[in-house]
Design a protein around this ligand. Structure first.
Ligand code: NAD
Length: 473
């Protein structure tokens, strides 16, 4: 029978039919869109057992066979791309168009294929008269994949694809507020994968996530989420010496040098900060602009921002959406209020519509703000950007590095050498020059300081889900 590829067919594959479940609401409209299962620790236990049982067979396949499975999985995601994007838009809130839902599903396909195509041969480490030693990369076993709600399909693929490629099986745990998206992407992969290789368990972080991190049969946890929960995972997994890749919070600084053309950089600054309505780990979250160009940069940025439509994701033309959940809305509202009360200048936005049905917070730009204001120091994770004036490069580098976070940063200048010199002084896992936040499946990504440790993507990413073994002789 040919597959029926519709939104309803996708939903019926993943909906909770019996047992404990929670209602899922569209954050743009408040409409009920489905019910997601709430599983308990016994479900997690069964999932780990199944994944553990399936792992030796999966690991025994050739690398080429597993690569072929990943390409088949990418084909399946391509076939189901439109229903997946619709579900993502309804549940996460992001619009279909722009750098949003269709883009995210496309990212899943791109990362599956790039992960399949990245070669990782044995590496000869010494070859001399007395010694021949090679590094081989072996499977670890069962990998736990714990994801956040901002890019719920793509981040799941970032964790799942390399783990599978390297011969591990995976137990995935989506964020509870985007359970359906996590279940859906895994369900589509499972159209082609063998039984037991990828299992998703939904439920609260405190029960399912914690139990997964603490499970003695789980050899590695890939975690993307907040620094606070990252620390809980370190503690929960310590007794088992579980390997960890931690992609945690960020508060990325952008530094604009005095030689820029403010009109030319406005679009790049805007999307660096407001991609996914600001709900992106490596979004630009505090912008430092040199006094010489400050007023022009702020006015060009605000003019660009004012023209970008925000609204219900399924409606044509929208490029920004609501906050995904009420808690995040309240964080943004609190930080903007604190900034306003401190005397900072609201250049754009800052006045949410109290009658709006969803969690919409308007695009907000705040100028002349103190560098130690909470909106600058904390991770806002939403559409409110503070723009801080500076005049001294050493001072601004020090401010950028004051944060406990160190995920990304950017430097904006016409002079590449000058920008690179500043980049070299910033404590961040990635520094972009004249852009912010762009990711590539072959370019390693990860954080410094409290933004985590380990790197994803490319060869580094494959090594991160392997056990290195030296073979001598
Ligand atoms: P979160 O830390 O609240 O939750 C992330 C995941 O952890 C969810 O699946 C949650 O259910 C689970 N969880 C919660 N408590 C747990 C526990 N005790 N043990 C194990 N798992 C537990 O994060 P969030 O609110 O979903 O996402 C937003 C945060 O994620 C932001 O700080 C953002 O910067 C960060 N983030 C980082 C990256 C990155 O690559 N560095 C990417 C996206 C998001």
């Amino acid at each position: 029978m040919p597959e029926t590829i519709t939104y309803d067919a996708l939903l019926s594959r993943i909906q909770a039919h019996d047992g404990a479940a929670h209602d899922v609401f569209d954050p743009a409209t408040g409409a009920l869109i489905g019910r997601a299962p709430v599983e308990d620790e016994s479900a997690l236990e069964r999932a780990v057992e199944r994944a553990h049982a399936a792992q030796p067979r999966w690991a025994a396949l050739s690398d080429d066979a597993r690569r072929a499975y990943l390409h088949d999985a990418a084909d399946a995601v391509e076939r189901w791309a439109e229903p997946l994007a619709e579900l993502l838009s309804r549940e996460q809130g992001k619009p279909l168009e722009g750098l949003n839902a269709r883009f995210e599903v496309g990212g899943c396909v791109a990362w599956l294929r790039a992960t399949a195509d990245t070669p990782l041969p044995h590496e000869v480490v010494v070859d001399d008269e007395s010694t021949f030693a090679e590094m081989h990369y072996r499977p670890i076993g069962v990998v736990g994949a714990i994801t956040p709600w901002n890019w719920p399909m793509m981040i799941a693929i970032w964790q799942i694809a390399p783990a599978l490629r390297m011969g591990n099986t995976v137990v995935a745990k989506p964020a509870q507020s985007t359970d359906l998206s996590g279940l859906a992407i895994a369900a589509i992969l499972n159209i082609v994968l063998p039984e037991g290789v990828l299992i998703t368990v939904t439920g609260s972080g405190r029960t399912i996530g914690q139990a997964l991190a603490a499970h003695p049969s789980v050899g590695k946890i890939m975690f993307t989420g907040s620094t606070e929960v990252g620390k809980q995972i370190i503690e929960a997994s310590a007794g088992n010496v579980t390997r960890l890749t931690l992609e945690l919070g960020g508060n990325d600084a952008g530094i604009v040098l005095p030689d820029v053309d403010p009109a030319a950089i406005a679009e790049g600054l805007f999307w660096g900060a407001f991609i996914n309505t600001g709900q992106t780990c490596a979004a630009l979250k505090r912008l430092y602009v040199h006094d010489d160009v400050y007023d022009d940069v702020v006015s060009h940025l605000a003019a660009f921002a004012a023209a970008v439509p925000m609204g219900v994701g399924l409606d044509t033309g929208n490029l920004l959406g609501p906050l995904q959940n009420r808690k995040q809305y309240e964080t943004v509202a609190r930080l903007v209020s604190a900034a306003r009360d401190s005397g900072a200048r609201i250049v754009l936005g800052g006045e949410p519509d109290p009658a709006a049905a969803g969690h919409f917070y308007p695009t907000t730009i705040i100028a002349d703000i103190d560098p130690h204001n909470p909106l600058v120091v904390e991770e806002q994770f939403g559409p409110a950007l503070p723009v801080i004036r500076y005049s001294d490069i050493d001072g601004v580098v020090a401010l950028a590095n004051e944060s406990e976070f160190g995920l990304g940063a950017s430097v904006w200048s016409r002079d590449r050498a000058a920008a690179q010199e500043v980049a070299g002084r910033l404590q961040a896992g990635t520094v972009w020059i004249n852009s912010h936040g762009g990711l590539h499946p072959m370019v390693p990504f990860g954080g410094a300081k409290h933004s985590g440790y380990g790197r994803e993507f490319g060869i580094e990413g494959l090594k991160a889900v392997s056990e290195p073994q030296v073979v001598v002789g």
